[in-house]
Design a binder for this molecule. Structure first.
Ligand code: ZN
Length: 643
């Protein structure tokens, strides 16, 4: 109170004289002009007519999608068409407006003048003359032709067709109120999968029924030459499009674990929030990877080997399909009130991402373990890796609360970071997972084993079977539901864990749940597979860095020996102790330095400069593991056991 009052007095005293002196007397001084938003706000009223949309996705060699829309209008004047900006599932303003080209609006064959909105460049103002009932709009979505332009969505063998990148919608309406009938054109012989069931096919054109613009945006397609479909339950299917026929060769036991994963999720949540659900799995070394949730489907994009190199695709099995499926309940149906928006122009607020993504990350691993998609040991190793990463591996905890990282989809939009461990990133995913493991531990211990987080799941997600609208919630609703399962100071707990600066990682779900986090000189299978997948050597806890098989530095832990040796992303290790760099050489040098050994000398190449850096680390090789404490099962064992 006193400091504010003093500041106020000072600023009042100084305002007059300081301002006069700050601007040289001869300088001209503009005044701010009002910024007037001329785009009509969304209203919950019926839209007059049905939009017809055709997306021609047949030009896959150039990856150009040609879009035609006929949009009914209610009269003459300024009509604003919007390209989706705030994308559900991305939680950020990441619509690729820069890839909209060739925009043309016409009516009865005559071009209409248009101008882009300069306050919101996703808006096109079209001047509609008297007597016009509908306007025709044409544009191309010129999708990325190389990975550095964005996610590649078309290859000669397959395409990921997202209506949300391939349509415009009229401003002024809730998107659920806008009727639309969509068609897609694909190359000859291609198969198409998605949550919408076609009404017909004419040649290469497939027609879909009239639905709302919101449901259409939530129902993307995958298409390709090589396709197989597997039923996972009466209501759930796995649609696979692959680079070639060999990649479709799923073994019966592999499909069986996917079925068990679906079954475990249904047993946990109860009600389903879809009439039918499609996993849209693409297996490709050319199409961009993806994991994007929808109510009645998910886009799951992996590299080759998902079925054919099963043992080396652990990460795809734990944090992809079980994760995206969970989102049908957590994120799509139950959605934070400040995240839900009536259209794709209203900004989304990500404050409850530690529920949306954190608890989904949690259930993804739990369902993977309960179904056998991951072995229990691999799951424990993965949790060990996460625990280490958000403890030792995240020194940025001392300045940035977990809650603040929920702004990162908007701040960083997943751009590469120089010092991730200090800046922090979308930590609400995996640190959220650790918190929910601990919440389960508390519920189990306090209830004497009678209750668990499964009771929370039933209470929070398991209502209104087959409702695939959105049921919004607030922080208070999360606290109230936890209290209905088990009375406890959940508000205080979550405020400490999520909203306050918490220098210590939330590891009690592990350390009081039957395990301890230890480091040994041998990597777990989980670490080995992840090194193989990433083609790197993980020395995060053995000097503080990861390095690619080509010697390029992948990450440097803030304040670590590598950091103190002046090593940063962008540099390359050329030699280790005078010998050519390779993964074995660096690991051997770190082993040799353990205890009283000589510190590794690294020849670093950075721009035109070569220099020797001394890695002052004598702790040897260190990899995280969970070690069992006590003889009986702990709460973590109970959590991972199948229902
Ligand atoms: Zn997610």
């Amino acid at each position: 109170m006193r400091r504010v009052a003093l500041a106020l007095i000072l600023s009042t005293c100084l305002a007059g004289t300081a301002a006069a002196q700050l601007v040289p007397p001869l300088n001209t001084k503009p005044m701010a002009t009002a910024k007037v938003d001329t785009i009509p706000a969304a209203r919950d009223i019926p839209y007059p007519g049905t939009i017809r949309l055709t997306v021609d996705a047949s030009d896959v060699t150039r990856a150009i999608f040609r879009v035609h829309e006929t949009i009914p209008v209610s009269g003459a004047g300024d009509v604003v068409l919007l390209y989706p900006k705030w994308l559900p599932g991305n939680h950020s303003p990441s619509g690729q407006i820069n890839k909209v080209a060739g925009f043309r609006a016409s009516a009865n064959g005559r071009d209409l003048t248009w101008v882009r909105d300069t306050l919101d460049v996703y808006g096109f103002h079209v001047a509609v003359p008297q007597g016009v009932r509908a306007i025709d709009v044409d544009f191309q979505y010129v999708s990325p032709t190389a990975g550095n332009q964005g996610r590649v969505v078309a290859t000669p063998d397959m395409a990921s067709i997202e209506w949300i990148a391939n349509s415009l919608y009229p401003a002024g309406y809730y998107v659920r109120d806008i009727p639309i009938q969509a068609s897609v054109i694909v190359p000859t012989g291609w198969k198409v999968a998605g949550a919408l069931r076609p009404t017909g096919q004419a040649g290469n054109r497939i027609d879909y029924p009239v639905t709302s613009y919101e449901i259409l945006m939530d129902s993307p397609l995958i298409a390709g030459a090589h396709y197989r479909r597997f039923d996972l339950s009466p209501d759930v299917a796995l649609d696979v499009i692959a680079d070639n026929e060999q990649e479709l060769a799923a073994k019966p036991e592999q499909i069986a674990v996917h079925k068990r994963m679906v079954d475990q999720a249904l047993k946990t949540f109860g009600a389903q929030h879809y009439d039918h659900y499609d996993f849209l799995l693409t297996i490709s070394d050319y199409l961009g990877g993806e994991g994007l949730e929808h109510h009645r489907s998910s886009e799951d994009g992996v590299t080759r080997g998902y079925f054919t190199d099963w043992d080396n695709h652990l990460g795809d099995r734990s944090s992809l399909m079980p994760h995206e499926y969970t989102h049908s309940w957590n994120g799509k149906f139950r959605r934070a009130a400040d995240l839900w928006t009536p259209d794709y122009r209203t900004p989304m607020q990500d404050t409850l991402m530690w529920v949306y993504e954190g608890q989904t990350q949690f259930w993804g691993y739990v369902f993977a373990a309960r179904s056998g998609m991951l072995t229990k040991q691999d799951t424990l190793d993965a949790i060990a890796s996460t625990a280490a990463s958000y403890g030792l591996g995240t020194p940025g905890r001392v300045w940035r609360p977990l809650e603040d990282t929920t702004n990162d989809p908007i701040i960083a939009q997943r751009s590469p970071q120089p010092w991730r461990s200090w800046q922090r990133s979308e930590d609400y995913y995996s640190e959220g997972q650790l918190i929910w493991i601990d919440v389960d531990r508390i519920i189990r211990q306090q209830s004497g084993g009678r209750k668990s987080i499964d009771d929370f799941a039933q209470a929070f997600f398991g209502m209104r079977d087959r409702d695939y609208g959105e049921l919004t919630y607030t922080f208070d609703d999360v606290v109230a539901t936890l209290n209905s399962v088990l009375p406890y100071d959940w508000r205080g707990y979550l405020l400490r864990r999520v909203y306050a600066i918490a220098p210590e990682a939330p590891l009690e779900g592990i350390t009081q749940g039957g395990y301890r986090l230890v480091f040994t000189d041998t990597p777990s299978n989980w670490t080995k597979v992840s090194e193989k997948t990433r083609k790197n050597t993980d020395l995060t806890y053995s000097g503080g860095f990861t390095v690619g098989s080509d010697g390029k530095i992948g990450s440097v832990l803030w304040d670590s020996p590598a950091f103190n040796a002046g090593i940063a992303i962008g540099a390359e290790i050329v030699a280790v102790n005078g010998r050519k760099f390779d993964s074995d050489a660096i690991k051997q040098a770190i082993k040799d330095a353990a205890g009283k050994g000589a510190a590794p000398q690294l020849l670093i190449h950075d721009g035109d400069v070569y220099r020797t850096a001394t890695l002052d680390w004598h702790g040897g090789l260190r990899y995280p593991h969970l070690q069992k404490v006590g003889s009986g099962p702990g709460t973590l064992d109970a959590l991972l056991a199948p229902r």
